[in-house]
Design a protein around this ligand. Structure first.
Ligand code: UDP
Length: 572
């Protein structure tokens, strides 16, 4: 079967995913999907499956990817059946408060980055700046100065790796060095290999609501060492988020409320893009369903193809559970924790594209309802498949004592995650994750700086169907990036093709919250603001996200960093 890929998608695959010898390609995209399907289905042997069964599963997994219905995260596509064999995108590593602990973490991160995984750290255990170091009698340099060492190590490894090593650095809001941390990316050229997030606690949010001070604590003993005004700290966070989008926030209590194995450990942080809370030394492999394909004719119009969505969800869970066994883990501790919880993260991409086909605006209550319906359906079908796998292969080893004990026998401690799908959405030629459209036509800079112009195909088709297509109009759309205010485009079409910055931030947050309600892990989403947005507007989005039960928030104000991956129009 020939895979239908856009030229852009082929380019991405050829550059980084397909086997190569120097510049000579050694496989086609079809070969790649087959390589992955074979490895992932191959583990069934250890569950006593016969050859014929394994072959038919290989075919089913191949079709799932070749039809672009589902795509596993990039490391699975890149590394399955090859020397590295490391298949997960997300890792969390512990950072203990000792020289050995700190440098172990740096070394382990380097090993993970080499294989295309991203690492999340909590630096909250490190003693604050200027506290004493017993063995030397000197003073500690504090979390931020050590983060610079992590950053430099990542920079060096980046050169040889399959993709950019990404890090998330988190510091709890009650760590004594929190103000230095909030400002540590003030300069756009520093800490370039880190996303930073403040770990927010309920205690802090309460103090903020009551406009009171909150306590800073010594990380080892938990004893109170100072206090700060919650609103002043929040204000500092907003000032910096306004300046260049950082820090983001992680709502630690919401993450721990969703921790399926609180008896095993506490969630201290998550992976680089925020979608995957994990225990220290835990990894998770992700995969996403292409929602653009989950639509079908319904009477005169179109509707959601629930049967197809069910089939794809079931098969995708089976696939991702197998990946846990097929994976070659970078470290024994990671293998142990990961196989004890067997977390997987099935999510979606192409949500915005699906909305345009359903003729719905992202900024609408209907879109929020569609988000809830789809994700609750996926979550439930995913759990059913996990139950089926548990009956066949056993529950996850940490099941006893987990939140599922006596409730539901599952094979996997978590099932759902909404990933950013930065590259796999490009491979499928659809909008990323649950983000809105960034532009109706745009110039995209890919990996090596090559520029490509694309007009949204659903828009182009609709323009032809409704008779307002013209070359001149398309030129204008490319120039402007959006369709708002273009006289030739009917009002109702302008609403459907609304883009990220035209959408009121409140709708961004509502959509994130709608998906979060039915997602075991977290949702990767950036709340986009126009360049003119104020600090107060950004603060409002953070507070709404907390209120609606989101597990974190990332914001971005247009033009606030020099380098942007996606720019609208052709002039930038
Ligand atoms: N990631 C990374 N480096 C990158 C892109 C992604 O380490 O350059 C990791 C990171 O943990 C992120 C996760 O992969 O949260 C998933 O990212 P995404 O969905 O964009 O990956 P894709 O599978 O589309 O490549």
């Amino acid at each position: 079967m020939n895979v239908k890929l856009t030229p852009n998608s082929r380019l991405v695959l050829e550059k980084r995913y397909l086997k190569k010898d120097q510049d000579k390609l050694l496989e086609t995209p079809e070969d790649m999907f087959y390589r992955v399907a074979q490895v992932v289905a191959g583990v069934e042997e250890r569950y006593g499956k016969r050859n014929t069964e394994i072959q038919s599963l290989t075919k089913a997994f191949y079709n799932l990817m070749a039809n672009l219905e589902f795509m596993p995260n990039s490391p699975t596509l890149m590394n399955a059946g090859r020397d590295l064999g490391q298949l997960s995108a997300c890792f969390v590593l512990p950072v203990e408060d000792s020289m050995e602990g700190i440098f172990d973490a740096i070394k382990n991160a380097a090993i993970i980055h080499k294989s295309g995984g991203g690492t999340g750290f909590s630096f909250s255990r490190l003693r604050p700046k200027n506290s004493t170091v017993r063995s030397t009698g000197g003073v500690a340099s504090g979390p931020v100065s050590f983060m610079k060492v992590f950053n430099a190590a990542t920079e060096a490894v980046k050169q040889g790796g399959t993709r950019r090593g990404a890090n998330l650095g988190l510091l709890r809001v009650d760590h004594p060095d929190i103000l230095e941390f909030i400002a540590c990316k003030e300069n756009n050229h520093e800490m370039t290999n880190f996303n930073i997030s403040v770990g927010i606690t309920r205690e802090f949010m309460r103090a903020l609501q009551e406009d009171k001070p909150y306590h800073l604590r010594e990380p080892h003993t938990g004893s109170v060492v100072a206090q700060l005004s919650a609103s002043e700290v929040f204000d500092k966070m907003m000032e910096h988020a306004w300046l260049n989008g950082e820090p983001g926030v992680v709502f630690l209590d919401a993450m721990n409320d969703g921790n399926p194995t609180p008896n095993v450990g506490e969630i201290e942080t998550c992976n680089p893009c925020g979608e995957q809370p994990l225990l220290p030394n835990e990894a998770c492999n992700l995969g996403s369903i292409n929602l653009k394909l989950m639509v079908t004719k319904e009477g005169d119009g179109v509707g959601i193809d629930w049967e197809r969505l069910r089939r794809v969800t079931r098969l995708a869970v089976h696939f991702l559970d197998n990946v846990i066994d097929a994976n070659q883990y970078p470290l024994p501790d990671i293998e142990k924790t990961t196989k004890a919880n067997r977390k997987i993260g099935l999510g979606v991409m192409g949500f915005a594209d699906m909305l345009t086909i359903l003729k719905l605006s992202y900024a609408s209550e209907e879109a929020v309802q569609v988000a809830k319906k789809i994700m609750s359906f996926i979550q439930e079908e995913a759990r059913k498949e996990s139950e089926r796998l548990a009956a066949e292969r056993g529950v996850f080893p940490n099941y006893v004592g987990s939140i599922y004990e006596g409730v539901r026998k599952l094979r996997n401690a978590t099932l759902t995650t909404i990933a950013p799908t930065g590259t796999i959405s490009m491979i499928c030629g659809v909008s990323s994750g649950v983000e809105p459209l960034f532009a109706v036509a745009y110039t995209k800079t890919v990996m090596d700086g090559t520029s490509l112009i694309e007009v949204n195909p659903t828009f182009e088709n609709l323009a032809k169907d409704y008779g307002f297509y013209s070359e001149e109009l398309m030129q204008n759309v490319v120039k402007q990036g959006t369709v708002r205010g273009l006289n030739d485009v009917p009002n109702w079409v302008q609403k459907i093709f609304i883009t990220a910055q035209e959408i009121d931030p409140e709708w961004h947050v509502k959509i994130q919250a709608a998906f979060q309600t039915f997602t075991d892990n977290a949702v990767s989403k950036t709340i986009n603001f126009p360049h003119t947005a104020t600090k107060e507007e950004i603060a409002k989005a953070y507070l709404l996200a907390y209120e609606l039960g989101c597990k974190g928030l990332t914001v971005y104000r247009d033009g606030s960093r020099e380098e942007q991956v996606v720019t609208t129009g052709t002039t930038k």
